[in-house]
Design a protein around this ligand. Structure first.
Ligand code: BG6
Length: 485
């Protein structure tokens, strides 16, 4: 296990403290960090919300939420000391008359780090930032965390950034994309920049194309009301998938410092070729799931879940291009969808075939090498190579895999992304968070696709729940003689 970084005493004020994200992700993440002894004494976690709960009732919710993530009897002995840190105050962020309990709770704590975590709708980001300013709740060591989505397009993202930026410096704003906290996503940096062998191969001369798949077996479920206004492009591509593209495609940063990595990522986002007009039609597929079966369980259609007809996409496949020297002409194929056969995310680097084969093509084909990085589950790296079939017979080849499973190699529980991200906020390390220019560049590019779809009235394809998406997504690769991994 890597050595833990120390954290200074803090007050973490979680707006939306009794909401789904806080209870499902943040509190369990803080709990694990507490059990590992990483949270310093006298640090507090203050849930803030409109629900009329007293501290005991809130603690019951917290206990329930982390029960699922207890991973041994021993940890339960940490509960009393964890509970001591947790408090709850009832505040309606939009109603100035309700802020007094929060002011009272924070009084006398001006010398410790104060971090506001906004696990709420983005419409509250500006008002909460302003509320802290108007109520003189800003302390010297102050940070604010914005959950995704920051806006629903470029204009709304810019407005939110302006509103929050009126009270907080960019160095105090932490915009979350939880994919950046995933261990294997960070392992991409280790793989690319901790090993000299990949860099000479990481370019257009050697790589045929790149595939990024983020598949989910779950449907939209309870979030359907919210999701119907969003769709898969805004929910997954604008943020998680584009961040993965950036980490695969960026130039080597000079260090892991906050801006060194982000300076390289923004260059990739700016080099994304706009997808518009006719090009968009052949380079994008949008689709929605019909009823079907996932892992043997019957699954309703999206429209059944919603209760009305809808044109919102739950699946997107895209072919994007990066206009720079390293990647010119190398397609990046992205696909993401709900109600696919399994939860599975991977990045595939497909290398070009050998320029000339010396082997008898009638006996064996020489398949191009492929590097697959599995993000979840079963995090690992797999390199497919050709080897000779053993035996004295004909000289024939067979593809074999060099497999690295991180869990087997390191033998530890993989921490949830939020464990790292919450700690990085407290440590003030912004490298794993999105800078304003990144978010806005990603929206500009995504807006082009959304506008193109709307203008051309691009058809919404359908796919059966439990399948790998519509046939149009396969045809998109098929046209250039390629196939999804
Ligand atoms: C969220 C999306 O950002 O990421 C969800 O809003 C999606 O729709 C989730 O299910 C996927 O995250 P993970 O970590 O489960 O791959």
């Amino acid at each position: 296990m890597a050595q833990l970084n120390p954290v200074d005493p803090f007050d973490l004020v979680i707006f939306g403290g009794a909401g789904d994200l806080a209870l499902r992700k943040l509190l369990p993440a803080l709990w694990h960090r507490h059990c590992d002894g990483q949270l310093p004494p006298l640090s507090r976690i203050i849930g803030v919300g409109r629900s009329p709960l007293n501290r005991e009732e809130y603690l019951e919710l917290v206990a329930e939420s982390i029960e699922a993530s207890f991973f041994g009897e021993d940890e339960q002995t940490y509960w009393p000391s964890f509970a001591e840190r947790v408090d709850y105050v009832e505040v309606d962020a939009m109603d100035a008359d309700t802020w007094d309990p929060l002011c009272a709770c924070l009084e006398g704590r001006e010398s410790v780090l104060r971090a506001i975590y906004l696990a709420t709708a983005p419409s509250l980001y500006g008002p909460v930032a302003r509320g802290f300013h108007q109520r003189n709740l800003m302390v010297q060591n102050m940070r604010i965390v914005l959950e995704k989505p920051v806006g629903r397009d470029f204009a709304s993202a810019r407005d939110i950034n302006d509103e929050v930026g009126a009270y907080f410096a960019e160095s105090q704003i932490f915009r979350i994309d939880h994919y950046l906290g995933k261990e294997t996503v960070q392992n991409l940096l280790a793989l690319r920049f901790g090993n000299a062998i990949f860099e000479p191969l990481w370019r257009r001369e050697v790589i045929d194309h790149v595939q990024i798949t983020v598949a989910e077996e779950l449907g939209v479920g309870d979030r359907v009301g919210f999701y119907d206004d969003i769709g898969a492009l805004r929910d997954m591509v604008q943020n998680h998938l584009l961040q993965l593209v950036c980490l695969v495609a960026m130039e080597p940063p000079a260090s892991l410092d906050d801006d060194a990595v982000r300076d390289e990522k923004i260059k990739v986002l700016r080099a994304l070729k706009p997808l518009t007009g006719e090009a968009l039609k052949s380079a994008s597929v949008r689709a929605q799931y019909l009823s079907g079966a996932v892992k043997g369980q019957l699954a309703s259609s999206y429209e059944e879940e919603l209760g009305s007809p809808s044109q919102t996409e739950t699946f997107v496949a895209l072919k994007l291009e990066i206009d720079n020297w390293r990647w010119s002409g190398v397609p990046f194929y992205l696909r993401t969808g709900k109600r696919l056969p399994e939860k599975y995310s991977e990045i595939v680097i497909q290398f070009k075939p050998v320029p000339h084969t010396i082997f008898d093509a009638r006996v064996s084909a020489t398949l191009p090498n492929r590097l697959a990085i599995t993000l979840q589950p079963d995090e690992g790296v797999n390199l497919t190579m050709m080897a000779k079939e053993p035996g004295p017979g004909e000289f024939s080849l067979r593809p074999v895999s060099l497999d690295l499973s991180f869990e087997e190699t390191f033998g530890i529980r993989y921490p949830d992304a939020y464990e790292r991200l919450v700690i990085e906020v407290l440590r003030g390390n912004q490298a794993l968070f999105m800078r304003r220019d990144e978010i806005e560049a990603a929206w500009r590019w995504s807006d082009g696709i959304l506008e193109g779809w709307a203008q051309s009235k691009q058809a919404l394809e359908t796919y059966v729940a439990g399948s790998w998406g519509p046939s149009a997504a396969s045809m998109m690769l098929d046209r250039s003689g390629r196939a999804w991994n």
